[in-house]
Write a protein that binds this ligand. Structure first.
Ligand code: BDP
Length: 647
């Protein structure tokens, strides 16, 4: 249910109801933040590492490598965390390794954390690809199925058992994909010894990016008091110039607790407060959260401080957690996407978490550079193709007003066996984790449950109906979509989405080299989809490969000129249709990125408008000119954009 904007009071009533639904998830996944009651210790840097290259990849478990220091059971190498391990060494077998790899490091835990029984010590892994098992001092503390999302374990009692021992953390990570993982994949053994060496196998994948593996995001220890704020959910709205922040706090570790929520403005001044585990904060003369280039003061964030007091007879606990809150609404009509009741046109990009050396490893310099490029380009949005991105990236989106279509790792669902019950159950669980992690980001305006599934397969309809219904129940305040490249999706899956997202590569994968087909085929694409559903449409991917530095006039495929020409032809049609029901365009892709080796890829996918090193190709300037023109037409530019060299 996306609630129509015009129904004022009814809408507020509904938000109370939907708010209950958002809170269905019972375990919190709050981003670890320091506060007067919480400390954070980053465990990033150099870890010991060994890939288990035994034939069955299982020696690490058989020989219990977690029981003693990794260096005692065999040779170890240096491995940075966070980073994919694939491109770190000169070892080709590690670049393409499939199976278990082992990471280990010892940590000095502050004595006061250990001494104070009233302190919880939590070990958190921001993400590791794909399956992880974690031990502390040889004792298993958790395991997690899936990359791209965080997981954690409380380890306080374990490290208190013998405070003289250093805290040894061992993490085993396996990048093997199966028909039930997200994304799916499968292992194929080649037994013909006239062709393949002994033990030869490959991992088949059905998605177009390198299956980078390892510990991709920060590993942290953080503390909370024994009684603590476990989760916060906010839903925002406004009536006239009063902002409304509905909040709900869940508490762990205390049967009863006193809670106070205080909203502060950008300058740290208290605006309004309320007590109790749930309530509504009314903000007079609200500063709404607006997207970049839609308003002269975009991305306004309040801070909501939640303060908990609890006592268990012996001790008193105080916990403080501060959440950034942007007040905004999202609604969809049959022809428009509304943010704060005003039409929003997505002029943005699709990205990847990808760079040289680090692979998919989190890297602040890269992230800040990418945001500078997005702003230079005049992009107001991106899709997290094809998996959830690091939380720090979404925080940057909140801070800079970059609107996000938040995608789960449901990419490459192409085998009929990946539409079965166990796949669906896992997919639903991943959506639970994703919504739980990202629900409070103002920048996130839509969920994408999958990219280009094989919609021609009959089970696709039930699968996507269930998935979309489930996601809407988790969060009825945001629209839900799935991304399609298939006309079959018109009957299977698409009936349940709020916004139609279509990928197409006319004159590339279809009619290669024939730019003249674009106007006809793109127009028919839009008219067929709109004709059937009367729902707004986003051109969620389009583009062409261009190898930077290859030039050709007249344009031929793979030259910078051809990429430019494809973009220009698409833009002509988009300019007609955006006056009707097309609500956005996202180029494929922001930057060149690594893929599996294959005859259609020249050291990766070259559809970036920037190279992998983030230098512009000719197409970047075409897009920049267009996006700033669109922004001038549809938005209100911030004062500082008069000085573009401030980027
Ligand atoms: C699209 C996929 C994307 C690919 C792109 C391409 O969604 O992951 O990278 O095609 O082939 O269909 O460049």
């Amino acid at each position: 249910m996306v609630i129509p904007a015009r129904l004022g009071a009814f809408r507020v009533l509904c938000l109370f109801t939907v708010f209950e639904a958002v809170c269905l998830l019972d375990t919190g996944m709050l981003f670890p933040r320091e506060s007067s009651s919480r400390e954070v210790k980053e465990l990033n840097g150099r870890w010991d590492f060994r890939a288990d290259k035994s034939p069955n990849r299982n020696q690490g478990f058989e020989k219990a490598w977690y029981k003693s220091r990794l260096a005692e059971t065999g040779p170890v190498i240096d491995m940075p965390v966070p980073a994919s391990y694939n491109d770190i060494t000169q070892d080709p077998t590690l670049r393409d390794f499939i199976g278990w790899v082992w990471y280990e490091r010892e940590v000095v835990v502050p004595a006061r954390w250990i001494a104070d029984e009233g302190t919880r010590v939590v070990l958190r892994v921001g993400s590791a690809h794909y399956y992880s098992v974690v031990w502390v001092n040889g004792v298993k503390v958790t395991e997690h199925n899936g990359g791209h999302l965080p997981f954690e374990a409380e380890i306080g009692s374990l490290i208190r058992k013998d405070p003289t021992q250093p805290c040894r953390i061992t993490i085993a990570v396996n990048n093997t994909l199966t028909l039930d993982t997200l994304p799916p994949g499968n292992i194929q053994h080649m037994d013909d010894r006239t062709k393949y060496p002994d033990g030869f196998f490959v991992q088949n994948i059905y998605f177009d990016f390198f299956n980078y593996a390892g510990i991709h995001r920060s590993v942290l220890l953080y503390t909370t008091p024994k009684a603590y704020v476990d989760d916060i959910t906010v839903v925002t709205d406004f009536l006239d110039n009063t902002g409304l922040v509905y909040y709900k706090v869940s508490v762990q570790g205390a049967a009863t607790a006193t809670l106070k929520a205080t909203l502060m403005d950008k300058n740290g001044h208290c605006v309004v407060s309320s007590s109790g585990p749930s309530g509504v904060l009314k903000v007079v003369d609200v500063n709404l959260w607006w997207p970049y280039l839609m308003h002269e003061n975009p991305a306004y964030l309040y801070s909501m401080e939640v303060r908990l007091m609890a006592t268990d007879g012996r001790s008193t606990y105080e916990d403080v957690y501060t959440l950034p809150v942007g007040i905004r609404t999202v609604n969809v009509t049959s022809t428009q996407f509304l943010i704060n009741n005003k039409p929003f046109y997505f002029h943005g990009v699709n990205k990847h978490e990808d760079s040289d050396i680090r692979g998919k490893g989190f890297d602040w310099p890269l992230i800040v550079k990418d945001f500078n490029l997005l702003k230079w380009l005049g992009a107001n949005s991106f899709r997290t193709s094809h998996y959830p991105y690091a939380e720090e990236i979404l925080q940057m989106c909140d801070r800079h007003g970059i609107v996000v279509i938040d995608e789960c790792p449901g990419v490459g669902i192409k085998d009929i066996r990946s539409f079965g019950n166990s796949s669906l159950t896992h997919h639903l669980a991943v959506m639970d984790e994703l919504v739980s992690r990202d629900k409070n980001h103002a920048s996130v305006v839509m969920w994408s449950v999958a990219n280009e599934p094989a919609a021609e397969m009959p089970p696709a309809d039930f699968y996507f109906k269930t998935l979309i219904k489930h996601t809407k129940a988790l969060d009825p305040t945001r629209p839900v979509t799935f991304i399609t490249d298939s006309n079959y999706a018109r009957d299977r899956g698409a009936p349940y989405v709020d916004v139609i997202c279509v990928n197409s590569y006319f004159s590339w994968y279809h009619d290669p080299g024939h730019l003249e087909v674009i106007p006809i085929q793109l127009k028919s694409q839009f008219e067929n989809w709109y004709g059937k559903y009367q729902k707004p449409i986003i051109q969620s991917e389009y583009g062409a490969d261009a190898v930077a530095g290859i030039h050709s006039d007249p344009p031929v495929m793979f030259s910078e000129e051809y990429q430019k020409a494809v973009l220009q032809s698409y833009h002509n049609v988009l300019d007609q249709k955006r006056k009707q029901y097309v609500i956005g365009e996202l180029i494929w892709n922001f930057a060149d990125f690594m893929t599996v080796q294959g005859i259609t890829r020249v050291v990766g996918n070259k559809k970036g408008i920037f190279t992998r090193e983030r230098q512009p190709k000719a197409a970047a300037f075409i897009l920049k000119e267009r996006y700033w023109r669109l922004a001038n037409e549809t938005g209100r530019l911030p004062v500082w954009t008069k000085y573009p060299c401030s980027f």
